[in-house]
Each structure stands twice: as C-alpha cells, then as structure tokens.
Design a binder for this molecule. Structure first.
Ligand code: NAD
Length: 512
C-alpha cells in the first residue's frame, strides 16, 4: 500500500514496447466500444482490440485444418520438435517482454510473471525431448506369425480456450505438446488477456519463419464466450482444450460431446491443506501464505481451505494472521519488487469477494483479518484487496464454492478420517496437501485425497511442468503438461500385422 501506482499511459507504453519486440500485430486496432485490452493495475483500457468475427474464426479454423491435412501431420515429429525448440529460444530471449505483459494484463507480481514465462520455456524443452519419444507399445500376439502393436498419430486441429489468470503458460502447455504431436492450433485467449496472446503468436510466427514451418500451424482469434462457442461447435476442431470456470466447462463439455469431439477440461478448484499435529509449523505457515495469498488468490490451485487439527488450530491461525499482517504494506504495484499482492482482475472479482464475506457472516464465520479494499483513491477503477483469513464453524455452502479471490477458510478436525471427509466434501478436485511428519498419515492422505494433485509438506499451488496437471470431479478430469499428457493430443491405432502365409482367426474361431 506504500507504492505509487504507474499511470495507464506509462503501462500502455511499456506494453507497446514489449508487443513490438515480440513481433505482435493487431493491437490498437479500431474496435467497437468495450472491445479493449485493460490493465487491472489501474483498471483502465490500454488499447482497442477488435474481436474476430464468426467468419474470421471459421477461416482461422479452416487454415489450421488445411495446414494439418496437407503439411503438419506428415512432417516428422523431430522436425516438428525443431519448431518448438526455436520457440523456446525466442521465449528465453523475450522473457522480460512477456513477463511485462503478464504483469500488465493479469496483474501478477513481476517474479510470478517471470515464473509463468519460465514455465513456458520448461514445457518447450520437455516437448522437444518428447518429439523423439512418442512411443507406442508392442504386445505379444496370440497368433503365430503376427505382430500386435499400437501407433500414435496426429489428431487434427486443437482449439485452445484459456483463462485470464495464466494467460501464457496454459497456452504453452497445450501448444508445445500439440505441435510436436502433429496438431495445428486455434487459440482463443481470455477476453481479459488478448495482448499476451498476440505477443505469443508473434513469437511463434517468428519461430515458424526461422525454421521454415508453415505459419498456418497456429491461429489466434480474439473474443469472448461467443468466439469460444464458434470453436466448440466446429466439427473440424478435433480436440477442444478449455481452461476456465466449472460453469464454462459444464457448457463446453456437452456441446463438444454432442458432435463426438474430444474435450480436455481444466476447470476450477477448491483446494485444501490438512495440517496435522505433527506438522512442521514453519513450513505449514510459509506454504499456506504463498498458496493462499499469492497471485491475490487468483490461481486455480490457490489454497482456499485449511483443515487444521483442533489442538494446533489457534497457534497456526495466529501465525498465519501474523504473516498476513506483513503482507498488508506490500499490496500494490505488481512491478514494484517489494510488492507481494497485486490487484484483483476486476470489479466482478471484488464483488464476488464481498458477497462471499457477507455469506460468511451469515453462516457464523469470523473474519480474522483482511477483506478490505485498498488504494481506492489512487485507482478508483482498480481492485486491490487485503487477503482474508476466515474461521468457519463448519464447511458451509460458501466454503464449498470457488470464490476467485484471496479468502482462506480455516476449519478444524479431530481425527484424520474427519479431515479427509471434509477435504473431499466439495465438488471440485484439483490440488491438495497435507502437512505432517507422520509417514502413515502422509501415505493415507496420498491415497485418500480425491484430487488430481496431492502434495506432502508443500502448498497446493506452484506445480512443475514435468508432472501431468489437472483434476477430478468438477475440475473436469483433463491432464496437461508433462508425464504422458501428450496422449490426449494424439489418436491411438492398434495394428495387427500378419507376416505368415496362414490366416488364423483370433480366439481360435474357424470360418471358411
Ligand atoms: P471463465 O470460465 O470466465 O473463462 C475462461 C475462458 O472460457 C475464456 O476464454 C472465456 O471467454 C471462455 N468461455 C466462457 N464461457 C464459454 C463458453 N460457454 N464456450 C466457450 N468458451 C467460453 O474463467 P476465468 O474467469 O477467465 O478464469 C478463472 C477460472 O479458471 C477459475 O475457475 C480457475 O480455477 C479456472 N482455471 C483453471 C485452471 C486449471 O488448469 N484447472 C487454470 C487456470 C484457471
């Protein structure tokens, strides 16, 4: 709160420089009212941004489809990897530019923005290696003189729909892997983060030029939900990879299924950490504060619930509240190296936070710290808030919802069974953690948590790209990034090859 915010004019210039350096085009185009790129730092518009028309989106899908059919699927995978290798080099070169844009558009503090770009670089490295490791298996055939095997083939056009809060990393997880798998891409970024998308597109187009790959492998279309729906309904899009709220996924999933398309859903979370009596409380406090208040509570993996043993509940809560006190003077300009908490993305997020805190009061909860708006006079259109810690008597309806803002609910438990019951008692299933030094407890939790990500002695946020990322239940079931997540971007064929001069039928069937 001690920082002076930059002006919108300064931010516009900084964004323009970064965009130009990345070779972006299409920003500052004449556009109807409301179609603009804004910054949550001041809450004001930076550039006019024209949304793609339905015809333009259709054309983009057509180009990606044609490039897939005629060139990309037949390009050897290691050669496709070469494009991603070049993209990784350009991302290294332009790390600061992209991080600037992420801070300007999503409001992330500079080190988190740079971390997000680092994730892009890491996934490019991973995908380059992958381009020589798209392995299929060979199985023993039950028939003599036969070979049974599976092979993996490019899928087609991948429609990528992304959320505002990871405006570039989620694109890169999908794109780097999809490109080496032989797919082409149509990307619709969040309407709240078009600039970062134009910059990424600019860099990828440069990589295409440098390695002689066809520019048609990647298309970016700008717009809101309607543009997303155009992609969702197009039968030429083989896979829709959609990241965003549960509500969005519930609309997208059935629509893609209705045309028998494939869907990869990465939706909201309601992540919890269990803190057991044996926990190292120093670790638990640090892990909690970063996971709950970092990114102003706007990560899908943000820690939203802490389920603490009743014997240590007061002690832990006091320490967390104390640590939140140190955050208070460090809320503000995300470019300032001292800032730890930047702005919320906008008014809607602030309204959601206030609404949730009203419901907390009605449910008998107690706000221990935070929840107030700050810097209102300096930036009336921006929404900076003090991260909140709330003690709840039980896991009421509001606790079961994902409020995309920094509210940490504290719940208590008596037995581990009770903690696990509370933990799994929400509809989302993304990330989870236990803080304990008891190996039995840790192992029980690893098996019992119903989330896609289950951690021990580390917070719920900040996953590495090497593992598969995603969650269960309302989180959508999709997996992206590392491990074998690449399989979602390819189709599997099972092949039987007969190299004998007999034709034995499977299962010993006799016929003619
Ligand atoms: P959002 O659901 O409002 O929008 C996400 C994207 O979907 C945007 O591009 C939007 O234009 C598009 N969209 C919305 N409705 C659509 C529809 N019916 N058809 C097609 N496209 C549609 O989400 P947001 O506010 O940008 O992001 C925050 C949410 O995203 C949170 O719930 C967060 O947990 C989630 N998220 C999940 C992950 C993950 O990997 N699981 C990662 C980041 C964010």
């Amino acid at each position: 709160m001690m920082t002076t915010l930059p002006t919108t004019a300064q931010l516009t210039e900084r964004a323009r420089t970064a965009l130009e350096r990345c070779g972006a085009s299409g920003f500052d185009a004449p556009a109807p009212t409301g179609q603009s790129a804004r910054t949550p730092i001041t809450g004001e518009p930076l550039f006019d941004i024209a949304y793609s028309t339905s015809a333009e989106t259709g054309q983009a899908i057509g180009t990606a489809h044609e490039t897939f059919r005629t060139v990309w699927r037949d390009t050897p995978a290691p050669q496709r990897g070469n494009l991603v290798r070049r993209l990784g080099e350009l991302l290294r070169e332009h790390k600061d530019d992209l991080a600037d844009l992420v801070t300007i558009e999503a409001g992330k503090i500079r080190s988190e923005a740079a971390g997000e770009v680092q994730e892009m670089i890491d996934i490019c490295d991973f995908a380059v290696g992958l381009s020589r490791q798209l392995y299929g298996r060979t199985m023993p055939s039950e028939r003599p003189g036969h070979r049974l095997m599976e092979t993996w083939h490019p899928l087609g056009v991948v429609g990528i729909i992304t959320a505002f809060n990871f405006p570039v990393a989620v694109w890169s997880w999908n794109t780097a892997v999809a490109l080496v798998c032989g797919d082409t891409i149509v990307w619709k970024p969040s309407e709240l983060s078009p600039l970062t998308a134009l910059a990424c597109h600019g860099l990828l187009m440069r990589a295409c030029e440098d390695v002689g790959a066809p520019a048609g492998v990647h298309q970016v279309v700008l717009g809101d939900r309607e543009t997303g729906e155009r992609i969702v309904d197009d039968p030429r899009v083989a896979l829709v990879s959609a990241t965003g709220s549960v509500g969005m996924g519930k609309q997208v999933g059935p629509r893609v299924a209705a045309r028998m398309g494939r869907c990869l859903l990465e939706l909201g979370g309601n992540n919890a950490a269990v803190v057991a009596p044996s926990a190292d409380l120093d670790l638990a406090v640090r892990g909690t504060v970063f996971a709950a208040a970092g990114t102003a509570g706007q990560r899908c993996t943000t820690l939203r619930r802490i389920i603490v043993h009743e014997d240590i509940a007061d002690q832990l809560t006091d320490r967390i509240v104390g640590a939140y006190g140190q955050l208070r003077p460090r809320i503000g300009d995300p470019f300032d190296a001292d800032t730890l908490v930047g702005p919320l993305i906008g008014e809607r997020a602030h309204t959601a936070l206030r609404g949730a805190l009203d419901r907390v009061a009605a449910d008998g909860g107690r706000v221990l710290t935070g929840g107030d708006r700050c810097l209102e006079k300096e930036a009336p259109d921006a929404y900076y808030v003090e991260p909140a810690v709330v003690r709840m008597p039980s896991q009421t309806e509001i606790v079961c919802e994902e409020t995309f803002a920094p509210i940490l609910y504290v719940l208590t438990y008596r037995t581990l069974d009770e903690a696990i019951e509370l933990h799994n008692g929400v509809t989302q299933g993304l990330s989870s953690a236990i803080f304990t030094q008891d190996q039995r407890e840790a192992e029980r939790f690893l098996a019992a948590s119903d989330c896609g990500i289950v951690n021990v002695n580390i917070g719920t946020s900040g996953a590495e790209i090497g593992g598969a990322f995603g969650g269960e239940k309302d989180t959508g079931g999709g997996r992206e990034s590392g491990s074998d997540a690449w399989r979602a971007y390819m189709r599997r064929a099972t092949n039987t090859v007969n190299y004998s001069d007999e034709l034995p039928l499977a299962q010993g069937v006799n016929f003619l």
